[in-house]
Design a protein around this ligand. Structure first.
Ligand SMILES: Cc1cc2nc3c(=O)[nH]c(=O)nc-3n(C[C@H](O)[C@H](O)[C@H](O)COP(=O)(O)O)c2cc1C
Length: 194
């Protein structure tokens, strides 16, 4: 497939496929707000997100030390771009995104997103103009259509929007309806993936 003939790429950035999320937070000017980012990962109860240090979202998350992470599907592309293009606006209102306030955090959980996480900040690392926010997940909410009768996540139904590209051009990519199970590709292996 790919990989036989690799050449060095001249770019200042390379996004190799990150899910787009809407980060919700408390805001002094508009009470609650949301910003689009593609920089996040979770391991167990730890979650890390990254925002430009000069963004309003970074300023308010540093102040209130809590945030929500909301996962949109491809039916919310306009909302993703409104929350990603209009710094310092009242973006939840501009994108007409209804929300519910969290149980453990004073943050907006976006109703139309299929998954929302309530998170509190544990540590902040500033580096090269970016604010890396390491938090703890306090609550996970998932649309019940994505859960089995036993309450487990139906991974093959999740439809995240992904962000891919380089400094020349960035695009969205959408998940196709195909999954494989962890461990399908090795025999007798023991996984340490958490
Ligand atoms: C698809 C997409 C992905 C983005 N990813 C990031 C990101 O990873 N980190 C970041 O700081 N900004 C990212 N942005 C840009 C911010 O959303 C944008 O700067 C926003 O206007 C900041 O708003 P605020 O200053 O009100 O917080 C992204 C925007 C889009 C549309």
């Amino acid at each position: 497939m790919f990989g036989e003939n690799k050449v060095e790429i001249n770019t200042t950035k390379l996004y190799y496929g990150f899910p787009v999320i809407l980060v919700g937070y408390k805001d002094d000017k508009f009470k609650y707000n949301a910003t689009t980012t593609s920089s996040s990962y979770t391991l167990g109860n730890t979650i890390t997100i990254c925002l430009r240090s000069d963004s309003c979202s970074a300023k308010y998350i540093k102040k209130y030390r809590e945030f929500s992470v909301n996962l949109p599907c491809d039916n919310l592309m306009t909302e993703i771009e409104i929350c990603g293009f209009f710094s310092n606006h009242n973006k939840l209102q501009q994108a007409d995104l209804p929300y519910t306030i969290g149980k453990y955090t004073d943050t907006p959980l976006i109703d139309e997103c299929f998954l929302s996480l309530e998170c509190v900040v544990n540590k902040i690392v500033e580096d090269s103009g970016y604010t890396h926010i390491i938090g703890e997940i306090k609550r996970r909410l998932v649309d019940n259509k994505l859960l089995s009768e036993d309450g487990t996540l139906l991974g093959d139904k999740v439809r995240t929007v992904h962000f891919v590209g380089d400094s020349d051009k960035r695009v969205y990519r959408f998940l196709k309806e195909e999954t494989a199970s962890l461990g399908d590709f090795v025999e007798d292996g023991t996984s340490s993936c958490s």
